[in-house]
Write a protein that binds this ligand. Sequence first.
Ligand code: FPP
Ligand code: ZN
Length: 408
Amino acid sequence: MEYLTKGLKQLGPSFSCLDANRPWLCYWILHSITLLGELVDFELETNAIDFLSRCQDSGGGYGGGPGQMPHLATTYAAVNSLITLGGPISLSSINRDKLYTFLLRMKHPSGGFRMHDGGEIDVRACYTAISVASVLNILDFELVKNVGNYILSCQTYEGGIAGEPGCEAHGGYTFCGLATMILINEVNRLDLASLIDWVVFRQGVECGFQGRINKLVDGCYSFWQGGVLALIQRLHLIADEQLVLSNTGEGDCSTDGTRCSATSDLSEGEQCLEGTSHVKETCHFRQEGEQNASNPVNFFNIGFNFIRRHSEMEPLFQSAALQQYILLCSQVDVGGFRDKPGKHRDYYHTCYCLSGLSVCQYSQSKDAQSAPSRAVFGPYSNRLEPIHPLYNIVLDQYYEAHEFFSRP
Ligand SMILES: CC(C)=CCC/C(C)=C/CC/C(C)=C/COP(=O)(O)OP(=O)(O)O
Ligand SMILES: [Zn+2]
């Protein structure tokens, strides 16, 4: 806590250090403090809201600092920070109409998103755009159109998801791609069996996760890879159905964006969105009643329904072992977390080690909010707050935002 508060204070009363990553520093520190179940003092909270408001561009979205061009990554960090702070002043400081305009401007005809005006198109951009639109209740078909095709084109022969088509599968992008597909209700279009196969083998003998094949384990992948497995735990019925379909020859599953073409020209995802899927259990997040043009998907409730579903499956990773890696290898004696022994602590690794630790502690519970003491490695005082794994926001803060943004 001392390390985190020091970091927040170092950003200064006016957050005036020269850095294009300041909304990220806010998110990493504020999220870590909230995971610990602690509160930010009033002055720091007020300064953070004021600073992030000054990063908000007049055309929508947030830049790395006041006057900087808006960027999807810093927009995600700023929105998650403001939701983490919570309360009407913080939540109402987000200009959602302008943000929607910014997101549409970043949308590319391929279906993907650009990180900023003239910037790169990748899976990270898709996730940050869809995540903020989802949590702020501004997600619609216009933003969602063809995103699923773009993500599918990034699932590699290894099973994981790459940052761009033709690149190597990586944990960071696999989290982003999988979470995006869930948020747009098209997750059944991914080849989940090969994705699971890829991710379960990323936990190394050191007990931590590596980000990609033949690389070293690193504490931050406790969340990126552990988060993938937390999402998978709530998707196992879809994965099972895919296996049944491929075993009975009903589904023609491939990773080229045309998978599962069983009995219709529409993919399963499209059928799911249309409400015409022949697979009864596929559309787990379907709203009441059939979905069609006149009764569109309620994208806002996908994240909400997802976390309220019971997880019927045991974790697919060694939770106690991962907690040991995080607490015994990544943790620094004087406070904070690092990639691995020999490296320095930093706020990025502190945030993602703690997020991964929280995922572990709740991985053996049916519901998202209880952590039995047998699931917590070390004393029960190690227990952290639960997160919503699709957004990486502490659950109570997510529920407050969901309530706030559901108002007309
Ligand atoms: C929401 C958001 C912005 C998500 C970002 C996700 C993320 C962590 C992507 C990973 C990027 C990447 C290719 C790192 C490889 O670095 P490296 O070669 O130093 O690491 P490695 O050896 O472990 O692969
Ligand atoms: Zn790392």
